[in-house]
Write a protein that binds this ligand. Structure first.
Ligand SMILES: C[S@@+](CC[C@H](N)C(=O)[O-])C[C@H]1O[C@@H](n2cnc3c(N)ncnc32)[C@H](O)[C@@H]1O
Length: 274
């Protein structure tokens, strides 16, 4: 979930409250968190993510090798929760017309600086993924690498919006924490191998300040919840990828580690079409 950082100090995080939290509170907490964490996030993970590279997950699966999006050249592509937009820039270099969308001005400032530095210019839009500011049937492809989906209260709204802005036959591919990770502590070491919670407990993980105001929010859905929400949005799921930990890959990312990676999946990548 979140990791120990100056963002916690800046936001005055003092504890964890497992409780229901709706869209308004989730959005406010996510803006605050990702704005405050953007420096640390890029210090910790910037070299792994690259400036112009499409990394799907901490298991180091690259779009360049996996080709989950197919040929993107000449296509209209929306990246949701783009952060500093390395994926959006990589897609632009492949000949796609790309929009990178994110809720956080702090993350998008990194994106704008990297666009300038690389002279590669996917459009950048600040918005909430639950209400996409685009006309219907504007995109051929929508994608997301851990952007927005784990953090929104209403994942059905995101999926319905994605279905609305996709053209018929368009695809939606998104990576999230594998739902089975929810029952383990957020720990890359041996303690992270011990089940301490219920897979079925959908109560959000919420960090709070002294007043109980959320400073970080993460929502949980089971695999079945995702499948139903996609179906209800009119999307057809045709593949679910659970990347295995590659041999020789030693880099940890938060709770992702070789120790856990060799035993159970950390990431789920859903592939759907409209
Ligand atoms: C874990 S980061 C991933 C960023 C990028 N995809 C990457 O791989 O580095 C999650 C991103 O989702 C964004 N985000 C969170 N909630 C969102 C929402 N409701 N709408 C749009 N973006 C959101 C955050 O601002 C953050 O940039």
């Amino acid at each position: 979930m979140s990791s120990d950082t100056s963002a916690e100090r800046v936001l005055g995080t003092t504890g964890v409250a497992r409780r229901e939290v709706g869209s308004r509170e989730s959005v406010a907490a996510n803006i605050a968190w990702w704005d405050a964490d953007s420096d640390d996030y890029h210090r910790r993970h910037g070299d792994f993510l690259g400036v112009s590279d499409f990394m799907w997950c901490p298991e180091s699966l690259r779009e360049e090798d996996a080709r989950l999006l197919g040929d993107v050249s000449g296509r209209d592509v929306l990246e949701i929760g783009c952060g500093s937009a390395p994926c959006a820039r990589w897609l632009t270099e492949q000949g796609a017309r790309v929009v990178g969308l994110d809720l956080s001005g702090g993350m998008l400032r990194y994106a704008a600086a990297a666009n300038t530095a690389t002279d590669t210019h996917p459009a950048l839009v600040r918005a909430n993924a639950e209400r996409l500011p685009f006309a219907s049937e504007s995109f051929d492809i929508a994608c997301s690498a851990f952007g927005a989906v784990p953090f929104v209260a209403d994942v059905g709204a995101v999926f319905r919006e994605v279905a609305r802005v996709l053209r018929p036959g368009g695809t939606w591919t998104f990576a999230v924490n594998h739902p089975m990770r929810w029952m383990f502590p957020d720990d890359p070491g041996p303690d992270g191998l011990v089940v301490t919670g219920s897979y079925f407990d959908r109560t959000p993980y919420v960090e709070v300040d002294d007043d109980g105001t959320p400073t970080y929010v993460e929502h949980h859905r089971t695999l079945g919840d995702y499948v139903r929400a996609l179906h209800e949005a009119g999307l057809t799921l045709f593949d679910l990828i659970e990347p295995e930990w590659p041999e020789g890959h030693t880099r940890e990312w938060g709770q992702w580690s070789p120790l856990r990676g060799e035993r159970f999946p950390g990431t789920a990548i859903f592939r759907c079409h409209r």
